[in-house]
Ligand binder design. Structure first.
Ligand code: PGA
Length: 272
C-alpha cells in the first residue's frame, strides 16, 4: 500500500559490525567494497559502516586513500570531554578522524551495559559542535510489545533523548530497532514497521516541523527481506548487524534495497 505521495530522501544503509573485525579484516572488507560496490552516486544512496573503535582510524585513512564515498560511524561515545573515565572515548577523540556518525542508544548498550534514556540524552548533547551526527536507536522489548506498550516506550525514548533540543535534527538518523528482532531472525511485518515510522515522523514533525531525519529499520535485516522493508515509503533505510559482516551480502542488500526504493518512487510518480 502506498502511504505517502512522494519520496525524496536518499536511502541509507548502515553496517553495524558490533564487536567484530580487526584492522586487517576491516581493510579487506573496504577493499572488496571498492572493487564491487557500484558507484554510490549512481545508486543514489548513503552507505555507512560502523567498525569497532580499534579499526576506525585505519578505516578512515584507507577510505581517504581509495577515495571511497562510504562514511564511518562509531558504535558508541561517552558524554564527557576528558577526564578519569577509564575505557571511555569522547566525541572530540572520535572527531579527530573522519567519523561522520555515532550510533547512540543501541539496545545492546541499553541492555548489556545499563545505558538509560538519560545517558542517551547526554551523549546526543555531547556530540554538539563536533559536527558528528547521531544514529539514534530506539526500540521496544518483546514484553513491552506484548503488553501493547510499543508506542509508549518509543515515545518516552524520543522525548527524553530530545528534551530541550532546539537544533535541527534533519540530518540525524533515527533507527527503529525492536529489541526482540535484533539477531533473532524474527522481524515485524514491513507494514507494521511502516506504521510505527509514521508515528515517529508525526511525533518529530510536531516538534521540529518539516525538516525530518531519515527513519531506518533495524533487526534481522537480510538479503531476502531488505526489499520488502525498503518498498515501504516511510522506511528510509536499514541498519544491519549480523548480515552486514559479509561485504558481499551487504552489497547485495544495498543493491536490492535501492532498487526496491527506485520502483516505489517510480510507482508514486505514475500515480501522482
Ligand atoms: P541484526 O542487528 O541485523 O544482527 O539483527 C541489528 C542491530 O543490532 O543493529
Amino acid at each position: 500500500m502506498i502511504e505517502k505521495p512522494s519520496y525524496s530522501k536518499r536511502p541509507c544503509f548502515i553496517a553495524n559490525w558490533k564487536m567484530n573485525k580487526g584492522v586487517a579484516e576491516t581493510k579487506a572488507y573496504l577493499q572488496f567494497f571498492a572493487e564491487h560496490l557500484p558507484k554510490l552516486k549512481e545508486l543514489s544512496c548513503d552507505v555507512i559502516v560502523a567498525p569497532p573503535f580499534t579499526a576506525l582510524f585505519s578505516a578512515s585513512r584507507f577510505l581517504k586513500e581509495i577515495s571511497m564515498e562510504v562514511q564511518l560511524a562509531a558504535q558508541n561515545v561517552y558524554f564527557e570531554k576528558t577526564g578519569a573515565f577509564t575505557g571511555e572515548i569522547s566525541p572530540e577523540m572520535l572527531s579527530e578522524f573522519e567519523c561522520a556518525y555515532v550510533i547512540i542508544g543501541h539496545s545492546e548498550r541499553r541492555h548489556h551495559f545499563g545505558e538509560t534514556n538519560t545517558d542517551v540524552y547526554r551523549k546526543l548533547n555531547a556530540l554538539g559542535k563536533t559536527g558528528m551526527l547521531p544514529i539514534l536507536c530506539i526500540g521496544e522489548t518483546f514484553q513491552e510489545r506484548r503488553a501493547g506498550k510499543t508506542w509508549n516506550v518509543l515515545k518516552r525514548q524520543l522525548e527524553t533523548a530530545l528534551e530541550g533540543n532546539d537544533h535541527s535534527i534533519a540530518d540525524w538518523v533515527i533507527a527503529y530497532e525492536p529489541v526482540w528482532a535484533i539477531g533473532t531472525g524474527e522481524t515485524p511485518e514491513p507494514d507494521e514497521v511502516a506504521s510505527i515510522h509514521r508515528q515517529i515522523e508525526d511525533f518529530l514533525g510536531d516538534q521540529f516541523g518539516e525538516a525530518l531525519p531519515r527513519v531506518l529499520y533495524g533487526g534481522s535485516v537480510k538479503e531476502n527481506n531488505v526489499a520488502d522493508f525498503m518498498s515501504q515509503s516511510s522506511i528510509d533505510g536499514v541498519l544491519v548487524g549480523g548480515a552486514s559482516l559479509s561485504a558481499e551480502s551487504f552489497i547485495n542488500m544495498i543493491e536490492s534495497g535501492t532498487m526496491s526504493k527506485q520502483h516505489l518512487t517510480t510507482n508514486l510518480k505514475i500515480n501522482e
